[in-house]
Design a protein around this ligand. Structure first.
Ligand code: SF4
Length: 599
């Protein structure tokens, strides 16, 4: 038998079908200030109820159909609740007019479960009440009325109350606190038909893997707590850009996706350091030092470098509070992440289906390769304008990259695209030594690109920078709920998940190459103490890692203006945004992914 629907989910359904789908099917919930304020209102109401319970019932807040195991005569249930469990009509808990209780109800007949804010008896009739913080809707002649979603919610409560008590419930009421009005909702045949229709629509949506389109009423999105994950403005923009000729495209300022991340990343580099939990704080302990405490709400990610440890209790708290936990080896390689959930199955099915479409994969890969190649070209061009960094080798690399760009965009297979992309990369890395100013020293110049292991200091910096980037891209993929192990461009060859490798291409130049070369040119590196050299292999020392982490984290919080969305966001937010835009590519809302360009 299907799980009962939460009555609140019908409220969401009436508000916006996509909201219902995101919350109830894909199980995404984001509590924002409005949600918290709503919860506070309900807590206040419950407190008032508790204060009045001296003359009502000890705890009349749960009516379940399943009998609980209780000791005979120990802590006896109120009489009306006992009758409810035996499925007899429930006697009204409030024999006196004006008394109120909160009540949880569940009905097999309706397939619904929910908690009524309060019930009153008026003129002998039971009336369910719902409290709302906001204002009521208005009729054309300015009379207060209930919003459709609130009306449906109170109808559902009335239906369950009538079933539980065996009494007729002919009216529900919604109290709007902002304009201090009470709206009466008739519970008649029309109301019950509307409820049935809404339940069957909810069941239908639960059975599909397609996410419903964004609502046409834009004003609903402004108040919706899921706007940052739904990205309604971006979906509308994608549809507008695809339908209109360029001259008619007018892009508005889009603001529903938060511009910055207010939670920071906690890097733990000391070998043997231990992260534990102390209340709602994370405690980092290092032998011989005073422990450091970090409020968990301020942390978005924990990165354990080398042999740092984390306790089960701390891991559990990270799972509950959606704090990403990542491990990077002593050699500077990204080794994995811990995720508390697996993401919704509908989302995964859509992703798998999309990535079995070879034409879609090719088109996405071309866009990705173009974004990276244009970023590399812009970086070289920008540097070549500075006299001391321009060289014949750099000019020839720029020319060769330009020449390869057009055929790359016309690639007809992933393999040929890889060939063009590899060629462009080789020319780019050939020019990289010329980007280093002479004062930085020959030791800091790269000799081509060497990965495993890095063979010079510049490559050691790039490799560790890419490991940090991989960690952040993985975190963004996990937050969005896609499967990192299936990508559209990279093959599953190494330990690194292909989708993360795909998305990294967008950020290698702006988040790693650019700040690393700039830091070398600023002579920020000590060629002795910041590096450990073992034969042909060059690694960063602990000191060097700390320095690069701080350069990288600073860069991540830089703002950058997205050329299509035309608004500035921090790079860390852009990573998540690009993952969400990628997902839209297979949900009929595509066209905006990988449009970012370095200028
Ligand atoms: S942001 Fe808008 S379209 Fe998206 S779920 Fe909320 S109300 Fe619906």
């Amino acid at each position: 038998m299907a799980e009962p629907l939460r009555i609140m989910s019908l409220h969401a359904l009436e508000y916006c079908e996509r909201l219902f789908y995101l919350e109830e099917v894909e199980e995404m919930r984001v509590a924002d200030e409005r949600v918290y304020a709503g919860r506070r209102l309900h807590v206040e109401i419950e407190k008032k109820d508790d204060a009045r319970k001296g003359n009502v019932l000890s705890r009349p807040d749960v009516v379940r159909r399943k009998k609980k195991a209780t000791k005979p005569n120990a802590n006896p249930e109120p009489a009306w609740a006992q009758r409810a469990e035996s499925q007899q009509p429930v006697q009204d808990p409030e024999e006196t007019e004006g008394e109120r209780v909160t009540l949880s109800l569940e009905s097999e007949k309706w397939g619904l479960t929910g908690k009524i804010d309060c019930i009153r008896r008026r003129d002998g009739m039971l009336i369910p009440y719902e409290h709302k913080r906001g204002r009521s809707a208005r009729t054309p002649d300015n009379k207060p009325e209930a919003w459709a979603s609130d009306r449906l919610q109170v109808i559902a409560y009335a239906a369950l109350l009538a079933e539980s008590t065996g009494q007729k419930v002919t009216e529900g009421r919604v109290r709007y606190h902002a304009d201090n009005v009470m709206v009466r909702v008739p519970i008649d045949d029309q109301a019950l038909d509307d409820l049935k229709h809404s339940i069957s629509r909810a069941r239908l949506l639960q059975s599909t893997i397609e996410r419903p389109p964004v609502t046409e009423n834009e004003r609903l999105c402004v108040k919706c707590s899921l706007a940052p994950v739904c990205l309604p403005e971006e979906a509308r923009l994608a549809s507008m850009l695809s339908e209109l000729p360029p001259e008619a495209r007018e892009v508005r300022q889009l603001k529903l996706f938060p511009a910055d991340d207010d939670r920071r990343t906690l890097h733990v580099l000391t070998h043997g350091a231990r992260i534990g939990r102390k209340g709602d704080r994370l405690e980092v302990s290092v032998l011989g030092e005073a422990p450091q405490l970090h409020p968990s709400r301020e942390i978005g990610q924990i990165v354990l470098h080398g042999f740092a440890q984390i306790s089960t209790q701390a891991l559990r708290m990270c799972g509950q509070q959606e704090i990403g936990v990542h491990w990077i080896t002593t050699g500077g390689r990204y080794s994995g992440a811990w995720v508390s959930g697996t993401g919704s199955v509908q989302r995964r099915i859509r992703q798998y289906r999309a990535f079995t479409d070879s034409e879609l994969c090719l088109q996405l890969a071309i866009r990705l390769a173009e974004a990276r190649a244009r970023g590399q070209l812009s970086f070289l061009l920008r540097s070549s304008r500075e006299a001391e960094r321009s060289s014949p080798e750099m000019q020839s690399s720029i020319k060769a990259i330009r020449k390869l760009l057009s055929p790359m965009l016309r690639a007809t297979s992933i393999d040929s695209l890889r060939g063009y992309e590899g060629g462009i990369g080789a020319y780019y890395f050939r020019a990289l030594p010329d980007l280093i100013v002479p004062e930085a020293g020959e030791e800091m110049k790269p000799d081509g690109r060497s990965r495993r292991p890095p063979r010079d200091r510049c490559n050691a910096l790039l490799s560790f920078g890419y490991a940090l980037l991989l960690k952040d891209v993985m975190n963004a993929i996990m937050v969005v709920g896609l499967d990192p192990s299936l990508g559209f461009f990279h093959r599953p060859r190494s330990q690194a998940p292909p989708l993360a490798l795909d998305l990294m291409e967008l950020f290698r130049v702006p988040l790693v190459d650019l700040p690393v070369i700039a830091s070398i040119n600023r002579k920020q590196w000590d060629i002795e103490t910041d590096f450990d050299i073992a034969g042909q292999q060059v690694w960063l020392s602990d000191e060097g890692r700390k320095k690069l982490i701080s350069i990288y984290e600073r860069r991540k919080s830089d703002y950058w203006r997205h050329p299509v969305l035309r608004r500035s966001l921090s790079y860390s937010r852009i990573m998540e945004l690009e993952v969400r835009l990628l997902e839209k590519e297979w949900m009929n809302e595509g066209g905006l992914f990988a449009r970012m360009r370095l200028r």
